[in-house]
Design a protein around this ligand. Structure first.
Ligand code: UN1
Length: 500
């Protein structure tokens, strides 16, 4: 990629920011390695992108859905061909280990194939009328220009969750990716261009949240916003969208937990906890930052988990022997360490990790040692607030009821998991865990795209991504009535069709 900061894609052209500003993206494994220089966009760039998207909308909306789907199918094939290169680019730009980066790209491939199939699926329903010779149907229709504001932790998968359904439904798009992963957004858009996306249907503006992102939210030409990020920012976006009467879908924080009951397969639970706590260096919204363990098995579980955690190898995610890569940037590194200090001060017992790694060569990057607290209590801040780093803690429970109550006692509700060998316990968990996603004998990460993804409480605002409802956020329902009677009588619903 050599765009020389011409990284905005507006109306079919790669351009620089109008004001000429730029910013750099760096490799978190070695922050002196610059990945690229990108357009630092402001309101005028976003308005140009929104105007291009508006201009492209009528023709795109009228294109038959199977033709729109064919472009997504081609995008799926191109992503498959480029999976290796894109995955390497991802590891360099945001640090996750290569196998996980490959999973991220695969999630977008799966989503493209899945959504493309909707191009030939029913998109509405035919219903009876209470009146003779009246045709009644309801169909999904696109809304217009959809604004997508996406995070850096799944830089290919999450844009695909948002963009592919929007496009299939007939909307056009303004895409504002996180400032930590603009290079991957450029690659994503390049792939769509090659797949045949028409001019103006997908527009990219790179830059910062409070500049370009805020302008997407404010734009009068963008009636729908989909945002993934922190609850704090999501609350501000949703409030503003409320004032502007915009449709807004928010996918926000999590404080996910794994419950380990005393009859659980401890080996399986330890593997699950290790993956959910430290996969992607804990930077998943599905990361397990609470481990609620029955007191009968707590020491066995804790000791096994601590041993495995100490054996994890930190390093550059491109090195095949690396288990845990860097975190995204120095600001996050300091924030994570701040939470570890909070945990210590609150009286949780640090049993491993708890440090910024400063020895060379890792000191050149943003590495945090995988961290476990024991004796965490449910009311502690480290048990309530999203840390978004490789930090987890063990909370002891003494019964199923107690464990379920603790699991539910946070402001979030994305992903909760329970390990047990008892089918009755499993069904209680499925019934009572208050979250958008519940796992039994599986960790909190690992959602598949054909199921809805999203959470309860402050994790979101009631929307779901992926799954068969992926199109809900970006479509309206239109109800249609047609009178084909040859009579000249007006027949009124609810009045002429019943005895009055
Ligand atoms: C996210 O962290 O925002 O279930 C998405 C998972 C992945 C998606 C995570 N399939 O962890």
């Amino acid at each position: 990629m050599s765009h020389e900061a011409k990284t905005n894609y507006i109306g079919g052209k790669w351009t620089a920011a109008q004001a000429g500003g730029t910013f750099k993206s760096v490799n978190p494994a070695r922050t002196n390695e610059v990945i690229g220089v990108f357009a630092r966009s402001h309101r005028e760039d976003v308005e140009a992108a929104a105007a291009a998207a508006q201009a492209a909308y009528p023709a795109w909306r009228r294109l038959p859905a199977p033709a729109r789907a064919a472009i997504l199918s081609r995008a799926a094939r191109l992503l498959e061909e480029r999976k290796d290169a894109i995955s390497r680019q991802m590891t360099r730009e945001m640090g996750k280990v290569l196998t996980e980066a490959r999973g991220d790209v695969q999630e977008a491939i799966d989503m493209a194939h899945y959504i493309a199939a909707f191009g030939r699926m029913p998109n509405g329903s035919l219903v009876p009328s209470e009146r003779a010779d009246i045709f009644c149907a309801a169909k999904r229709v696109p809304i217009g220009v959809v604004g997508l504001i996406t995070p850096w932790n799944f830089p290919i998968a999450i844009p695909s969750w948002k963009m592919f359904p929007a496009l299939l439904a007939g909307n056009t798009v303004v895409f504002k990716p996180a400032e930590d992963t603009p290079g991957l957004a450029v690659t994503f858009v390049e792939t769509l261009i090659e797949a045949g996306i028409p001019t103006g249907v997908v527009n990219l503006v790179t830059g910062f949240g409070d500049e370009a992102g805020a302008a997407v939210v404010e734009s009068g030409a963008i009636p729908v916003i989909s945002f993934t990020g922190s609850t704090e920012v999501g609350r501000r976006i949703a409030a503003r969208c409320g004032q502007l009467m915009k449709r807004v879908s928010c996918e926000l924080g999590g404080k996910n937990a794994i419950v380990v009951m005393d009859d659980a397969d401890i080996e399986l639970a330890v593997k699950g906890a290790l993956w959910s706590a430290f996969g992607t260096s804990g930077q998943r919204c599905t990361a397990a930052s609470r481990l609620i363990v029955h007191r009968h098995v707590r020491s066995a579980f804790r000791d096994a988990l601590a041993d495995r955690t100490r054996a994890l190898r930190l390093g550059d995610g491109l090195d095949p022997s690396t288990d845990v890569g860097p975190v995204i940037n120095r600001r996050q590194l300091d924030r994570i360490h701040g939470y570890v200090d909070v945990g210590r001060a609150e009286g949780a017992r640090l049993i491993t990790g708890g440090a910024i790694v400063s020895d060379d060569p890792l000191g050149e990057g943003c590495y945090y040692s995988p961290t476990i607290f024991d004796e965490m209590r449910p009311a502690m801040r480290i048990a309530q607030e999203e840390i978004f780093g490789p930090v987890t803690g063990i909370i002891e429970a003494d019964s199923l009821d107690g464990a379920l109550r603790i699991a539910n006692e946070t402001g979030y509700g994305l992903s909760l998991s329970l390990y047990t060998a008892d089918v009755r316990t499993a069904f209680r968990a499925m019934e009572e865990l208050d979250a958008g996603i519940v796992y039994v004998n599986l960790p909190t990460s690992g959602a598949e795209i054909q199921l809805p993804f999203g959470g309860t409480k402050q994790t979101g605002n009631g929307h779901r991504e992926a799954g068969w409802m992926a199109m809900d956020y970006c479509t309206e329902w239109k109800s249609i009535y047609v009178n084909y009677s040859s009579s000249a009588d007006l027949v009124r619903a609810q009045i002429d069709t019943v005895e009055n």
